[in-house]
Design a protein around this ligand. Structure first.
Ligand code: ZN
Length: 261
């Protein structure tokens, strides 16, 4: 599932290949991913436009052109890649934006979200909806400001895009395990030291994941254990626990992350 680091990697693909380049052709292979506009208008409005510098806002990719702004949300299975015009189309390729020397390809198996066009800045906000501050670089008082007073568990608050933008299920679990904080605790119950650990863990997890282009699933990461029959704490404490929080499977270590007493 694309989370902040994955979307940052997609942004870099677009920045590397697209900035200043003209979109010479738009192929909507599957109209199901183009939102709130007909595929024909989508293609017409983008053709001939040049990409400007793309941004990431939480899990959204915001890609302005000298015309409308392209907004992309990758849902559960979306991705953006660069392909040479000679490359064979893959099964889940949905939209192809052809530039002079290659194609930007939006692929998505499950098609939960997709692509929007915004003609003015106000429309961008309307499509994206209410979002909290971006998780990357959100530290100290800003992190506290986003989380304090939230009545739900930390895990649920961290995944709520209107509280903090960019964190999904895996990043939330990884961060809480690194910080040694039980996922059901509330932010207001954390002491100063625990808040500092949470702050540091979140930025470390984001930095390493952005560098890797996705959340690493190597042995030192909790994420490496997801989906295994007997997931183990990478710190050597034996089997991890799982439960459901906000409808998502949560992994934690009863030794590293004791619940409040
Ligand atoms: Zn542990």
């Amino acid at each position: 599932v694309p989370e902040l680091p994955d979307v940052e990697a997609f942004r870099q693909v677009l920045a590397r290949h697209g900035v200043g380049e003209r979109i010479v052709h738009v192929a909507v292979l599957d109209p199901g991913v183009v939102r709130q506009i007909s595929p024909r208008d989508f293609a017409r409005d983008l053709t001939g436009r040049r990409f400007r510098r793309p941004e990431r806002r939480g899990k959204w990719l915001v890609a302005p052109t000298d015309g409308p702004t392209l907004l992309v949300h990758f849902g559960m299975t979306g991705g953006l890649s660069w392909a040479s015009p000679a490359d064979k189309r893959e099964r889940y390729d949905r939209v192809v934006l052809s530039l002079a020397d290659g194609d930007l390809v939006y692929a998505d198996q499950r098609k939960l979200r997709g692509l929007w066009l915004a003609k003015q800045d106000g429309e961008i906000a309307k499509v994206i909806g209410r979002q909290g501050p971006d998780a990357y670089g959100l530290t100290g008082a800003a992190l506290t400001g986003a989380l304090e007073g939230r009545r739900r568990s930390l895990k649920v608050a961290l995944m709520d895009q209107s509280v903090i933008a960019g964190i999904g299920n895996m990043l939330a679990d990884e961060t809480l395990w690194r910080a040694k904080i039980h996922p059901s605790r509330r932010f207001d119950s954390l002491d100063t030291q625990e808040r500092r650990l949470l702050d540091r863990a979140l930025q470390q997890v984001l930095r390493s994941s952005i560098r890797a282009g996705t959340i690493p699933r190597t042995r030192a990461w909790l994420s490496s254990q997801r989906g295994l029959d007997h997931p183990q704490c990478p710190r050597g404490h034996g089997e991890l626990r799982t439960s459901r929080l906000a409808g998502r499977t949560t992994y934690w270590c009863p030794t590293c992350q004791p619940s409040e007493t």
